[in-house]
Write a protein that binds this ligand. Sequence first.
Ligand SMILES: [Zn+2]
Length: 180
Amino acid sequence: MSLGEAGQESAQEAGQESGVLRFDRRLGSMKVEPKPEEESDRNFPRNLHNAAELFTSIGHVDSARRLHATTSALLALLGTNPDGAAQHLLGRAAVCWACGHAGLPRNADKCHETAAEPRPVCAHCGEEEQTNFVRLTMAAADGGQQVVPWIEVRPKAAADHAADPPSNSDQRTRRNKHEP
Ligand SMILES: [Zn+2]
């Protein structure tokens, strides 16, 4: 339906053609840290790719979409070689099993760098129990794996227009002309 539109490429990139979410293989390197009681659970999703498969297999479409959106945003941001400047937030991420959100927890400033407590609070829905920390590993220059912080764009009130395509102002001008 939208073939030929500028959004085609990005839609494919996001894996949303035919309405089927396709998750980036790199989600496999986003490790879910089990709580002590989950260590021996063989069904425990070990990484966010497993989490995506879990949401999909149990029909939690909204959670799958949210996980897809939040991890896609991270991968897109990492692709820009962010310098962790003032407009970025860095830290230890968490995944929420209630809503599928992955990202910095609401209580990020209280969370420890490595300890399991205090538990991360989902930044999207406020869930406190059904969350796990996520450890991000990326291929290092020496071929090994290095742990890197999760990174997000610092939310700001006027950020809504930042993602607008350049043609938007043209459309707005045109629309204004039609107004009485
Ligand atoms: Zn949540």
